[in-house]
Design a protein around this ligand. Structure first.
Ligand SMILES: CC(C)(COP(=O)(O)OP(=O)(O)OC[C@H]1O[C@@H](n2cnc3c(N)ncnc32)[C@H](O)[C@@H]1OP(=O)(O)O)[C@@H](O)C(=O)NCCC(=O)NCCS
Length: 179
């Protein structure tokens, strides 16, 4: 089970990143403290750092577990963000994580990408659970997961370090959709 290198939705092309995407990833989201607040990494100070991120994202496609897509807006060619599908040894479940381009927030793009990833996962034989976790204070992210049909299953206490917020582990919610 390996995700396709491209998934098309109504407004987006989810596609494997290329090295020449790094400047747009940097200026679109990686440099913003507002975007990285709830993430596990600090905002990038220069495009060289983002090249590292893009390189790791490309290399992930040679592995078995982490498959990152850029969200290309079909109409303009601009990037609306990134979503990562995560496969596990236990092939009945799939998870994901995402980051949206700052200028594109609130236009429904991430919800569209999440729905496409859930659809792909449930088309794979044996997959019965798709899940994601998010910080208890990350309201827009919770809204995305709910709009995509996922249910909040529980509170994960002291689950994740958010270095931009707090040195101590923070509480998260578990969201999932099952078939
Ligand atoms: C979470 C994120 C990807 C959402 O992307 P997006 O493309 O704006 O998502 P959508 O437009 O599909 O939906 C966002 C929803 O949050 C809502 N929202 C945004 N800010 C909000 C706020 N402060 N309070 C309540 N709702 C809020 C929007 O109104 C929208 O809901 P609606 O369609 O019901 O109006 C984006 O905010 C982001 O990149 N955040 C930083 C990175 C991050 O936190 N990633 C997730 C880690 S788990």
């Amino acid at each position: 089970m390996k995700p396709p290198e491209q998934i098309e939705t109504e407004r987006l092309l989810l596609r494997k990143p290329r090295m020449d995407d790094a400047p747009a990833v940097f200026s679109g989201w990686a440099k913003y403290p507002e975007v990285t607040r709830f993430l596990s990494w600090r905002p990038h100070e220069n495009v060289t750092q983002t090249e590292g991120l893009v390189k790791r994202s490309i290399d992930g496609w040679d592995g078995e577990t982490n498959f990152r897509y850029l969200l290309e807006i079909k109409e303009s060619g601009e990037l609306a963000g990134m979503i990562e599908l995560r496969l596990e040894k236990e092939t009945f479940k799939v998870s994901f994580g995402y980051t949206g381009a700052y200028a594109q927030w609130g236009k429904g793009y991430m919800t569209e990408a999440v729905r496409a990833c859930i659809d792909w996962a449930f088309q794979q034989s044996g997959v019965v659970r798709v899940y994601a976790t998010t910080d208890v204070d990350n309201i827009p992210s919770q809204r995305v997961l709910e709009k995509a049909g996922m249910q909040r299953e529980g509170l994960l206490r002291k689950e994740s370090i958010r270095p931009n917020m707090d040195p101590e582990p923070r509480d998260c919610y578990m969201y999932a959709i099952v078939k």
